[in-house]
Design a protein around this ligand. Structure first.
Ligand SMILES: O=C(O)CCC(=O)C(=O)O
Length: 219
């Protein structure tokens, strides 16, 4: 349960860093599973990997797991997730579950606090499938770093301008990414069609087919 102070911080800034959501044992288990998946993925397609030996169904809820490799340039220039999947009521949030400590050196998150109040910004993406805001207006150098510890969770609005620093360290930066929205929200245009998209985490979704094979058919 979030406190009033946390809720107010989220409303004002568009993001929140949370402690103690998971126990150390849970994060350790997640971390092991994560490494096993990435080891399998090295030699096969991700979809094939997903047919592997899952311990429980909840494992397939996540939409992505981001392993920012060491020594690369900025994989994520400043952007709003809105441009990837716009919804009518803007209920979409991203949740990062950190499996490693993050910093400006190893590809940590950078945000423009309060930028979610600006609404959808002009899309300056010039590569198909990629969306960025104007990097001159929102340079990563002027953004606020969100240094997270292993096990900490960051939640932010899909309208928040954010990106990641280049990982110049010699180790990978691992985290689990969930993106979720209210089942009562509706997409403004067709977006990603990942197998987990539309999966119900709580309650029921009146707009989606329960059968995973028909996941992307409208009811
Ligand atoms: O992996 C990261 O650090 C950033 C990911 C991100 O910004 C996104 O998925 O929208």
């Amino acid at each position: 349960m979030l406190s009033q102070t946390q809720l107010q911080f989220y409303k004002d800034n568009g993001y929140l860093l949370l402690d103690e959501v998971y126990t150390t044992a849970e994060i350790d288990e997640c971390s092991l599973e994560y490494d096993e998946i990435f080891a399998l993925k090295k030699n096969s397609e991700l979809e094939a990997t997903w047919r592997g030996d899952w311990k429980d169904e909840a494992s397939v809820i996540f939409l992505g797991s981001l392993n920012l490799p060491s020594g690369t340039g900025s994989a994520f220039p400043m952007h709003q997730d809105y441009q990837y999947f716009p919804y009518k009521k803007d209920t979409l949030v991203a949740v990062f579950i950190h499996l490693d400590d993050t910093s400006m050196e190893n590809g940590g998150l950078a945000v423009y606090p309060g930028s979610h109040h600006l609404g959808p910004l002009e899309d300056r993406g010039n590569i198909p499938g990629w969306h960025y805001v104007d990097q001159d207006k929102f340079p990563i150098e002027k953004a606020t770093p969100v240094n997270a510890k292993r096990g900490q969770v960051v939640i932010f609005s899909y309208l928040l301008v954010h990106g990641s620093y280049p990982n110049t360290s010699d180790s990978v930066r691992r985290m689990l990414l969930f993106q979720m929205m209210s089942a009562h929200d509706e997409k403004l245009r067709e977006t990603h069609r990942s197998p987990c998209q539309g999966m119900v985490l709580s309650g029921r979704n009146p707009h989606a087919e329960a059968n995973i094979k028909k996941r992307h058919e409208e009811c």
